[in-house]
Design a binder for this molecule. Structure first.
Ligand SMILES: Cc1cc2nc3c(=O)[nH]c(=O)nc-3n(C[C@H](O)[C@H](O)[C@H](O)COP(=O)(O)OP(=O)(O)OC[C@H]3O[C@@H](n4cnc5c(N)ncnc54)[C@H](O)[C@@H]3O)c2cc1C
Length: 465
Protein backbone atom coordinates (compact mmCIF):
# COMPACT_ATOMS: atom_id res chain seq x y z
CA UNK A 1 0.00 0.00 0.00
CA UNK A 2 1.43 3.41 -0.90
CA UNK A 3 1.87 6.17 1.71
CA UNK A 4 -0.85 8.85 1.86
CA UNK A 5 -0.23 11.41 -0.86
CA UNK A 6 -2.20 13.91 -2.91
CA UNK A 7 -4.20 12.30 -5.71
CA UNK A 8 -4.73 14.27 -8.94
CA UNK A 9 -8.10 15.85 -8.13
CA UNK A 10 -6.85 16.91 -4.67
CA UNK A 11 -3.82 18.48 -6.33
CA UNK A 12 -6.05 20.29 -8.84
CA UNK A 13 -8.24 21.53 -6.00
CA UNK A 14 -5.18 22.79 -4.08
CA UNK A 15 -3.97 24.63 -7.18
CA UNK A 16 -7.37 26.32 -7.48
CA UNK A 17 -7.40 27.27 -3.79
CA UNK A 18 -4.01 28.98 -3.54
CA UNK A 19 -2.52 31.96 -5.38
CA UNK A 20 1.10 30.86 -4.99
CA UNK A 21 2.85 28.28 -7.19
CA UNK A 22 2.08 24.60 -6.52
CA UNK A 23 4.77 22.28 -7.82
CA UNK A 24 4.26 18.52 -8.07
CA UNK A 25 6.21 15.48 -9.34
CA UNK A 26 6.65 15.73 -13.11
CA UNK A 27 6.75 19.54 -13.14
CA UNK A 28 10.01 20.95 -14.53
CA UNK A 29 10.54 23.00 -11.33
CA UNK A 30 9.87 20.03 -9.02
CA UNK A 31 13.48 19.14 -8.21
CA UNK A 32 14.39 22.73 -7.43
CA UNK A 33 11.23 23.19 -5.35
CA UNK A 34 11.76 20.05 -3.24
CA UNK A 35 15.45 20.64 -2.53
CA UNK A 36 16.58 21.79 0.89
CA UNK A 37 20.00 22.99 2.03
CA UNK A 38 21.27 19.59 3.28
CA UNK A 39 21.78 17.29 0.27
CA UNK A 40 21.60 14.23 2.56
CA UNK A 41 17.88 14.95 2.89
CA UNK A 42 16.37 13.80 -0.41
CA UNK A 43 12.61 13.70 -0.06
CA UNK A 44 9.78 13.66 -2.60
CA UNK A 45 6.65 15.49 -1.42
CA UNK A 46 3.38 15.23 -3.40
CA UNK A 47 3.31 19.02 -3.65
CA UNK A 48 5.33 22.06 -2.70
CA UNK A 49 3.13 25.12 -2.13
CA UNK A 50 4.93 28.44 -2.36
CA UNK A 51 2.54 30.56 -0.31
CA UNK A 52 1.79 34.00 -1.77
CA UNK A 53 -0.06 35.25 1.31
CA UNK A 54 -1.54 34.20 4.63
CA UNK A 55 -4.70 32.89 2.92
CA UNK A 56 -2.47 30.39 1.09
CA UNK A 57 -1.05 29.29 4.43
CA UNK A 58 -4.58 28.68 5.74
CA UNK A 59 -5.57 26.77 2.56
CA UNK A 60 -2.46 24.59 2.59
CA UNK A 61 -2.91 23.69 6.24
CA UNK A 62 -6.54 22.79 5.45
CA UNK A 63 -5.50 20.58 2.51
CA UNK A 64 -2.99 18.63 4.63
CA UNK A 65 -5.48 18.31 7.48
CA UNK A 66 -8.44 17.32 5.30
CA UNK A 67 -6.51 14.75 3.25
CA UNK A 68 -4.63 13.32 6.24
CA UNK A 69 -1.22 14.20 4.81
CA UNK A 70 2.09 14.99 6.42
CA UNK A 71 2.84 18.71 6.35
CA UNK A 72 6.36 20.20 6.41
CA UNK A 73 6.83 23.93 7.00
CA UNK A 74 9.80 25.53 5.29
CA UNK A 75 11.26 29.01 5.78
CA UNK A 76 14.98 29.10 4.88
CA UNK A 77 15.24 25.34 4.26
CA UNK A 78 18.38 25.23 6.43
CA UNK A 79 17.13 22.82 9.05
CA UNK A 80 20.06 20.46 9.54
CA UNK A 81 17.80 17.50 10.33
CA UNK A 82 15.77 18.17 7.17
CA UNK A 83 12.50 19.17 8.79
CA UNK A 84 11.72 21.59 5.96
CA UNK A 85 10.59 18.77 3.67
CA UNK A 86 8.76 15.45 3.74
CA UNK A 87 8.11 12.38 1.60
CA UNK A 88 4.63 12.10 0.03
CA UNK A 89 3.02 14.90 2.03
CA UNK A 90 2.84 18.65 1.39
CA UNK A 91 5.63 21.20 1.86
CA UNK A 92 4.42 24.68 2.76
CA UNK A 93 7.24 26.90 1.53
CA UNK A 94 7.07 30.39 3.09
CA UNK A 95 10.00 31.77 1.05
CA UNK A 96 7.91 34.46 -0.69
CA UNK A 97 6.58 35.78 2.62
CA UNK A 98 9.84 37.59 3.28
CA UNK A 99 8.83 41.22 3.88
CA UNK A 100 10.60 43.12 6.69
CA UNK A 101 9.20 46.37 8.11
CA UNK A 102 11.25 48.47 10.50
CA UNK A 103 9.77 50.88 13.03
CA UNK A 104 12.86 52.95 13.82
CA UNK A 105 11.12 55.10 16.44
CA UNK A 106 10.23 52.12 18.57
CA UNK A 107 13.19 49.97 17.50
CA UNK A 108 10.93 47.10 16.48
CA UNK A 109 10.96 44.99 13.33
CA UNK A 110 8.14 42.94 11.79
CA UNK A 111 9.52 40.02 9.82
CA UNK A 112 7.37 37.73 7.67
CA UNK A 113 7.67 34.02 8.39
CA UNK A 114 9.78 33.06 5.35
CA UNK A 115 12.43 35.80 5.52
CA UNK A 116 16.12 35.00 5.78
CA UNK A 117 18.62 36.58 8.16
CA UNK A 118 19.99 38.54 5.19
CA UNK A 119 16.54 40.08 4.60
CA UNK A 120 16.42 41.32 8.19
CA UNK A 121 19.96 42.74 8.33
CA UNK A 122 19.45 44.47 4.97
CA UNK A 123 16.30 46.19 6.26
CA UNK A 124 17.50 47.13 9.76
CA UNK A 125 21.07 48.29 9.13
CA UNK A 126 20.11 51.48 7.26
CA UNK A 127 18.54 52.58 10.57
CA UNK A 128 21.60 51.52 12.60
CA UNK A 129 19.57 48.69 14.13
CA UNK A 130 20.09 44.94 14.38
CA UNK A 131 18.12 41.95 15.64
CA UNK A 132 20.26 39.20 17.23
CA UNK A 133 20.36 36.44 14.58
CA UNK A 134 22.64 33.57 13.48
CA UNK A 135 25.94 33.63 11.62
CA UNK A 136 24.98 32.45 8.09
CA UNK A 137 22.77 34.87 6.23
CA UNK A 138 20.72 32.41 4.15
CA UNK A 139 19.28 30.74 7.26
CA UNK A 140 15.55 31.21 7.77
CA UNK A 141 14.36 33.48 10.57
CA UNK A 142 11.49 30.98 11.06
CA UNK A 143 13.38 27.88 12.11
CA UNK A 144 16.13 29.90 13.78
CA UNK A 145 13.77 31.86 16.05
CA UNK A 146 11.43 29.02 16.96
CA UNK A 147 14.40 26.85 17.97
CA UNK A 148 16.25 29.69 19.79
CA UNK A 149 18.76 31.52 17.58
CA UNK A 150 22.40 32.03 18.62
CA UNK A 151 24.93 34.26 16.94
CA UNK A 152 27.25 37.22 17.41
CA UNK A 153 24.78 39.15 19.60
CA UNK A 154 23.78 36.37 21.99
CA UNK A 155 25.75 37.61 25.00
CA UNK A 156 24.67 41.27 24.86
CA UNK A 157 21.02 40.70 23.89
CA UNK A 158 20.15 36.98 24.27
CA UNK A 159 18.72 34.57 21.75
CA UNK A 160 16.72 35.65 18.71
CA UNK A 161 13.74 34.14 20.55
CA UNK A 162 14.49 36.31 23.61
CA UNK A 163 13.95 39.36 21.40
CA UNK A 164 10.59 38.21 20.08
CA UNK A 165 7.81 40.60 21.09
CA UNK A 166 4.91 38.85 19.37
CA UNK A 167 4.11 36.33 16.64
CA UNK A 168 1.25 36.09 14.13
CA UNK A 169 0.27 32.45 13.92
CA UNK A 170 -2.05 30.22 11.86
CA UNK A 171 -3.03 27.19 13.93
CA UNK A 172 -3.84 23.63 12.81
CA UNK A 173 -7.55 24.44 12.53
CA UNK A 174 -6.84 27.54 10.42
CA UNK A 175 -7.38 30.13 13.14
CA UNK A 176 -5.26 33.29 12.86
CA UNK A 177 -4.09 34.67 16.14
CA UNK A 178 -1.40 36.81 17.67
CA UNK A 179 0.71 35.43 20.51
CA UNK A 180 2.47 37.82 22.88
CA UNK A 181 2.92 38.49 26.59
CA UNK A 182 -0.73 39.53 26.97
CA UNK A 183 -2.54 37.25 24.52
CA UNK A 184 -2.06 33.54 24.07
CA UNK A 185 0.85 33.87 26.47
CA UNK A 186 1.14 30.07 26.72
CA UNK A 187 1.69 29.84 22.97
CA UNK A 188 4.10 32.78 23.06
CA UNK A 189 6.12 30.93 25.70
CA UNK A 190 6.17 27.70 23.63
CA UNK A 191 7.14 29.42 20.38
CA UNK A 192 10.36 30.65 22.00
CA UNK A 193 12.33 27.40 21.87
CA UNK A 194 9.62 24.80 21.20
CA UNK A 195 10.15 24.82 17.42
CA UNK A 196 7.44 24.58 14.76
CA UNK A 197 5.19 22.38 16.89
CA UNK A 198 2.28 24.76 17.45
CA UNK A 199 1.39 26.49 14.20
CA UNK A 200 2.74 28.41 11.23
CA UNK A 201 4.22 31.78 12.18
CA UNK A 202 3.40 34.14 9.34
CA UNK A 203 5.13 37.12 10.99
CA UNK A 204 7.46 37.76 13.93
CA UNK A 205 7.86 41.14 15.66
CA UNK A 206 11.28 41.63 17.25
CA UNK A 207 12.97 44.16 19.47
CA UNK A 208 16.01 45.64 17.67
CA UNK A 209 19.17 47.19 19.11
CA UNK A 210 21.49 50.02 18.12
CA UNK A 211 24.33 48.29 16.30
CA UNK A 212 26.57 48.97 13.31
CA UNK A 213 26.97 49.80 10.54
CA UNK A 214 30.62 49.08 11.47
CA UNK A 215 31.41 46.71 14.27
CA UNK A 216 34.71 45.95 15.98
CA UNK A 217 35.19 42.26 15.21
CA UNK A 218 37.66 39.77 13.87
CA UNK A 219 39.62 36.56 14.24
CA UNK A 220 42.71 35.57 16.20
CA UNK A 221 44.24 32.52 14.51
CA UNK A 222 46.40 29.84 16.16
CA UNK A 223 48.43 27.07 14.52
CA UNK A 224 48.14 23.65 16.13
CA UNK A 225 51.27 23.87 18.29
CA UNK A 226 49.69 26.81 20.12
CA UNK A 227 46.29 25.26 20.76
CA UNK A 228 46.74 24.09 24.37
CA UNK A 229 48.06 27.54 25.30
CA UNK A 230 45.25 29.29 23.43
CA UNK A 231 42.51 27.13 25.02
CA UNK A 232 43.97 27.69 28.48
CA UNK A 233 43.99 31.44 27.83
CA UNK A 234 40.38 31.28 26.58
CA UNK A 235 39.35 29.48 29.76
CA UNK A 236 40.64 32.42 31.83
CA UNK A 237 39.56 35.16 29.38
CA UNK A 238 35.94 33.99 29.20
CA UNK A 239 35.58 34.00 33.00
CA UNK A 240 35.09 37.76 33.25
CA UNK A 241 34.09 38.95 29.80
CA UNK A 242 31.70 41.89 29.54
CA UNK A 243 28.36 41.08 27.88
CA UNK A 244 29.33 43.16 24.86
CA UNK A 245 31.86 40.51 23.84
CA UNK A 246 30.65 37.38 22.04
CA UNK A 247 33.19 34.71 21.11
CA UNK A 248 32.84 31.70 18.85
CA UNK A 249 35.89 29.54 18.10
CA UNK A 250 36.16 27.36 15.02
CA UNK A 251 38.69 24.53 14.65
CA UNK A 252 38.98 23.76 10.97
CA UNK A 253 41.20 22.88 8.05
CA UNK A 254 41.12 26.10 6.04
CA UNK A 255 39.64 25.95 2.55
CA UNK A 256 42.02 27.11 -0.22
CA UNK A 257 40.07 30.39 -0.54
CA UNK A 258 41.27 31.42 2.95
CA UNK A 259 44.89 31.23 1.73
CA UNK A 260 46.07 30.05 5.16
CA UNK A 261 47.78 26.76 4.24
CA UNK A 262 46.34 23.30 4.69
CA UNK A 263 47.03 22.52 8.38
CA UNK A 264 44.18 22.70 10.89
CA UNK A 265 43.73 26.05 12.64
CA UNK A 266 41.98 27.35 15.73
CA UNK A 267 40.16 30.56 14.77
CA UNK A 268 38.89 32.63 17.71
CA UNK A 269 36.16 34.85 16.25
CA UNK A 270 34.70 37.74 18.23
CA UNK A 271 32.24 40.61 17.82
CA UNK A 272 32.03 43.62 20.13
CA UNK A 273 28.57 45.13 20.61
CA UNK A 274 29.33 48.65 21.79
CA UNK A 275 30.38 51.94 20.18
CA UNK A 276 33.14 52.14 22.83
CA UNK A 277 35.79 50.67 20.56
CA UNK A 278 38.64 51.39 22.97
CA UNK A 279 36.98 49.22 25.60
CA UNK A 280 36.65 46.42 23.02
CA UNK A 281 40.30 46.79 22.05
CA UNK A 282 41.30 46.48 25.68
CA UNK A 283 39.26 43.28 26.12
CA UNK A 284 40.78 41.70 23.00
CA UNK A 285 44.19 42.94 24.11
CA UNK A 286 43.93 40.79 27.25
CA UNK A 287 43.53 37.65 25.16
CA UNK A 288 46.24 38.69 22.72
CA UNK A 289 48.63 39.19 25.61
CA UNK A 290 47.79 35.87 27.26
CA UNK A 291 48.09 33.91 23.99
CA UNK A 292 49.59 35.89 21.11
CA UNK A 293 47.97 34.68 17.87
CA UNK A 294 50.03 33.54 14.87
CA UNK A 295 47.86 35.64 12.59
CA UNK A 296 45.06 38.08 13.24
CA UNK A 297 42.40 39.82 11.18
CA UNK A 298 40.87 42.38 13.49
CA UNK A 299 39.19 45.67 12.66
CA UNK A 300 35.95 47.49 11.92
CA UNK A 301 33.75 45.33 9.72
CA UNK A 302 30.46 46.30 8.19
CA UNK A 303 27.83 44.34 10.09
CA UNK A 304 26.07 43.03 6.96
CA UNK A 305 29.41 41.75 5.67
CA UNK A 306 30.41 40.18 8.99
CA UNK A 307 27.01 38.47 9.11
CA UNK A 308 27.59 36.85 5.70
CA UNK A 309 31.32 36.17 5.85
CA UNK A 310 30.76 32.43 6.37
CA UNK A 311 28.12 32.00 3.66
CA UNK A 312 30.52 30.75 0.98
CA UNK A 313 31.70 27.89 3.20
CA UNK A 314 28.24 26.37 3.52
CA UNK A 315 26.36 26.66 0.22
CA UNK A 316 22.96 25.04 -0.37
CA UNK A 317 23.44 21.49 -1.62
CA UNK A 318 26.29 20.35 0.64
CA UNK A 319 25.88 17.10 2.58
CA UNK A 320 25.77 17.76 6.30
CA UNK A 321 25.55 16.12 9.71
CA UNK A 322 25.83 17.98 13.05
CA UNK A 323 25.78 17.32 16.78
CA UNK A 324 25.75 19.71 19.70
CA UNK A 325 26.31 19.56 23.47
CA UNK A 326 26.77 21.94 26.41
CA UNK A 327 29.73 21.83 28.76
CA UNK A 328 31.13 23.95 31.58
CA UNK A 329 34.77 22.88 31.93
CA UNK A 330 37.64 23.97 29.73
CA UNK A 331 40.32 22.17 31.73
CA UNK A 332 43.23 19.98 30.62
CA UNK A 333 41.07 16.93 29.95
CA UNK A 334 38.67 18.83 27.69
CA UNK A 335 41.52 20.70 26.02
CA UNK A 336 43.16 17.33 25.28
CA UNK A 337 40.03 16.13 23.46
CA UNK A 338 39.60 19.36 21.50
CA UNK A 339 43.28 19.41 20.55
CA UNK A 340 43.58 15.73 19.61
CA UNK A 341 40.38 15.67 17.56
CA UNK A 342 41.15 19.00 15.91
CA UNK A 343 44.56 17.78 14.77
CA UNK A 344 43.24 14.42 13.66
CA UNK A 345 40.77 15.59 11.05
CA UNK A 346 42.13 17.30 7.96
CA UNK A 347 39.06 17.42 5.73
CA UNK A 348 38.01 20.85 4.55
CA UNK A 349 34.43 21.41 5.73
CA UNK A 350 34.45 19.18 8.79
CA UNK A 351 35.02 21.26 11.88
CA UNK A 352 33.75 22.24 15.30
CA UNK A 353 32.72 25.47 16.95
CA UNK A 354 32.80 26.34 20.63
CA UNK A 355 30.31 29.08 21.56
CA UNK A 356 30.90 31.01 24.75
CA UNK A 357 27.50 31.65 26.38
CA UNK A 358 26.38 33.45 29.53
CA UNK A 359 25.68 37.18 29.42
CA UNK A 360 22.09 38.21 28.67
CA UNK A 361 21.34 34.70 27.37
CA UNK A 362 22.28 33.12 30.68
CA UNK A 363 20.31 35.60 32.80
CA UNK A 364 16.88 34.86 31.28
CA UNK A 365 15.06 32.76 33.93
CA UNK A 366 14.55 29.20 32.67
CA UNK A 367 10.75 29.38 32.83
CA UNK A 368 10.42 32.63 30.85
CA UNK A 369 10.70 30.80 27.53
CA UNK A 370 10.64 27.16 26.44
CA UNK A 371 14.35 27.31 25.59
CA UNK A 372 16.14 24.97 28.01
CA UNK A 373 19.53 24.86 29.73
CA UNK A 374 20.52 28.49 30.06
CA UNK A 375 23.28 27.86 32.59
CA UNK A 376 25.85 26.23 30.28
CA UNK A 377 29.13 28.11 29.89
CA UNK A 378 29.91 26.66 26.46
CA UNK A 379 28.38 24.78 23.58
CA UNK A 380 30.29 22.59 21.21
CA UNK A 381 28.84 22.24 17.75
CA UNK A 382 30.52 19.50 15.71
CA UNK A 383 29.68 19.47 12.02
CA UNK A 384 30.62 18.06 8.68
CA UNK A 385 30.01 19.60 5.28
CA UNK A 386 31.06 17.62 2.23
CA UNK A 387 30.02 16.96 -1.38
CA UNK A 388 30.66 13.32 -2.14
CA UNK A 389 28.17 10.73 -0.86
CA UNK A 390 31.02 8.22 -0.68
CA UNK A 391 32.44 10.28 2.21
CA UNK A 392 29.23 10.07 4.29
CA UNK A 393 30.42 7.34 6.66
CA UNK A 394 33.81 8.93 7.44
CA UNK A 395 32.43 12.40 8.05
CA UNK A 396 29.51 11.23 10.16
CA UNK A 397 31.90 9.00 12.15
CA UNK A 398 34.14 11.97 12.92
CA UNK A 399 31.22 14.06 14.16
CA UNK A 400 29.93 11.16 16.28
CA UNK A 401 33.45 10.43 17.56
CA UNK A 402 34.19 13.91 18.86
CA UNK A 403 30.69 14.33 20.16
CA UNK A 404 31.05 10.95 21.94
CA UNK A 405 34.36 12.05 23.48
CA UNK A 406 32.62 15.12 24.89
CA UNK A 407 29.81 13.06 26.44
CA UNK A 408 31.64 12.68 29.76
CA UNK A 409 32.00 16.47 30.06
CA UNK A 410 28.52 17.33 28.78
CA UNK A 411 26.17 19.07 31.17
CA UNK A 412 23.01 17.80 29.48
CA UNK A 413 21.94 20.70 27.31
CA UNK A 414 21.60 20.18 23.56
CA UNK A 415 20.56 22.81 21.04
CA UNK A 416 17.92 21.21 18.82
CA UNK A 417 18.61 23.58 15.91
CA UNK A 418 22.15 22.16 15.72
CA UNK A 419 21.15 18.47 15.67
CA UNK A 420 21.42 16.50 12.45
CA UNK A 421 19.22 13.61 11.36
CA UNK A 422 20.22 10.27 12.83
CA UNK A 423 20.35 7.26 10.53
CA UNK A 424 18.35 4.12 11.37
CA UNK A 425 19.97 2.27 14.26
CA UNK A 426 21.26 5.45 15.93
CA UNK A 427 19.42 7.07 18.78
CA UNK A 428 17.72 10.29 17.66
CA UNK A 429 17.87 13.28 19.96
CA UNK A 430 14.89 13.11 22.33
CA UNK A 431 13.04 16.40 22.98
CA UNK A 432 11.86 14.97 26.33
CA UNK A 433 15.48 14.83 27.51
CA UNK A 434 16.51 18.10 25.88
CA UNK A 435 13.73 20.14 27.51
CA UNK A 436 13.69 18.34 30.87
CA UNK A 437 10.48 17.13 32.59
CA UNK A 438 8.94 20.45 33.70
CA UNK A 439 9.40 22.33 30.42
CA UNK A 440 8.46 19.27 28.38
CA UNK A 441 5.19 18.82 30.31
CA UNK A 442 4.35 22.49 29.77
CA UNK A 443 5.11 22.14 26.05
CA UNK A 444 2.79 19.14 25.86
CA UNK A 445 0.01 21.25 27.41
CA UNK A 446 0.52 23.99 24.81
CA UNK A 447 0.58 21.36 22.08
CA UNK A 448 -2.72 19.87 23.31
CA UNK A 449 -4.30 23.31 23.25
CA UNK A 450 -3.14 24.45 19.80
CA UNK A 451 -2.46 21.26 17.82
CA UNK A 452 -4.22 18.36 19.57
CA UNK A 453 -4.05 16.09 16.51
CA UNK A 454 -0.33 16.75 15.92
CA UNK A 455 -0.71 18.12 12.38
CA UNK A 456 2.64 19.88 12.90
CA UNK A 457 4.81 16.83 13.50
CA UNK A 458 7.58 17.22 10.89
CA UNK A 459 9.90 18.81 13.44
CA UNK A 460 11.60 17.86 16.71
CA UNK A 461 8.19 16.69 17.73
CA UNK A 462 6.32 17.15 20.98
CA UNK A 463 3.34 14.80 20.62
CA UNK A 464 0.17 15.89 22.44
CA UNK A 465 0.28 12.54 24.29
C1 LIG B 1 24.68 26.75 7.38
C2 LIG B 1 23.88 26.86 8.64
C3 LIG B 1 24.21 27.81 9.58
C4 LIG B 1 23.49 27.93 10.75
N1 LIG B 1 23.85 28.86 11.67
C5 LIG B 1 23.12 29.01 12.79
C6 LIG B 1 23.42 30.01 13.73
O1 LIG B 1 24.36 30.77 13.57
N2 LIG B 1 22.65 30.10 14.84
C7 LIG B 1 21.60 29.27 15.07
O2 LIG B 1 20.95 29.42 16.09
N3 LIG B 1 21.28 28.31 14.19
C8 LIG B 1 22.01 28.16 13.06
N4 LIG B 1 21.71 27.17 12.18
C9 LIG B 1 20.67 26.21 12.53
C10 LIG B 1 19.31 26.76 12.14
O3 LIG B 1 18.85 27.64 13.13
C11 LIG B 1 18.29 25.62 12.03
O4 LIG B 1 18.76 24.69 11.11
C12 LIG B 1 16.92 26.16 11.64
O5 LIG B 1 15.99 25.11 11.73
C13 LIG B 1 16.92 26.73 10.26
O6 LIG B 1 15.75 27.42 10.02
P1 LIG B 1 15.15 27.51 8.55
O7 LIG B 1 13.92 28.29 8.64
O8 LIG B 1 16.20 27.90 7.59
O9 LIG B 1 14.84 25.96 8.31
P2 LIG B 1 13.60 25.17 7.57
O10 LIG B 1 14.25 23.92 7.13
O11 LIG B 1 13.00 26.05 6.56
O12 LIG B 1 12.60 25.01 8.73
C14 LIG B 1 12.92 24.23 9.82
C15 LIG B 1 11.77 23.91 10.70
O13 LIG B 1 11.43 25.08 11.41
C16 LIG B 1 10.03 25.22 11.52
N5 LIG B 1 9.65 26.47 10.88
C17 LIG B 1 10.43 27.27 10.09
N6 LIG B 1 9.77 28.40 9.82
C18 LIG B 1 8.57 28.32 10.43
C19 LIG B 1 7.47 29.21 10.52
N7 LIG B 1 7.47 30.41 9.96
N8 LIG B 1 6.38 28.79 11.25
C20 LIG B 1 6.38 27.58 11.85
N9 LIG B 1 7.41 26.70 11.79
C21 LIG B 1 8.49 27.09 11.10
C22 LIG B 1 9.42 24.01 10.95
O14 LIG B 1 9.23 23.04 11.95
C23 LIG B 1 10.49 23.51 10.00
O15 LIG B 1 10.40 22.15 9.80
C24 LIG B 1 22.39 27.05 10.99
C25 LIG B 1 22.06 26.10 10.04
C26 LIG B 1 22.79 26.00 8.87
C27 LIG B 1 22.44 24.96 7.89
Amino acid sequence: MSAPHLVQDQLDQLRRRVDGAVTAPGDPEYDEARTVWNAMIDRRPSAVVRAADVDDVVSTIAAARDHGLDLAIRAGGHNVAGNGTVDDGIVLDLGDLNGVTVDPDNATVRVEGGATLADVDAATQPYGLAVPLGVVSATGVGGLTLGGGVGWLTRPYGLTADNLLSAEVVTADGERLTAGPDEHADLFWGLRGGGGNFGVVTAFTFRAHRHGPEVFSGNLVYGQDRWPEAWAALERWTRDLPDEMTMITTTLTPPPAMEMGSDPLLVVGFAWASPDRAAGEAVVGRLREAAPPDVEQVGDNRWVEWQSVLDGLVPKGVRAYWRNASFDRLDDEVIDVLTRRGREQTWVGTAFDVHHLGGAFGRVPEDTTAFPNRSARFWINVYGFWDDAAADDDRVAFVRGLSGDMDEFATGGQYLNFQGREAAGHRAVDPRTVFGPATYERLVEVKRRYDPRNLFHVNHNIPPG
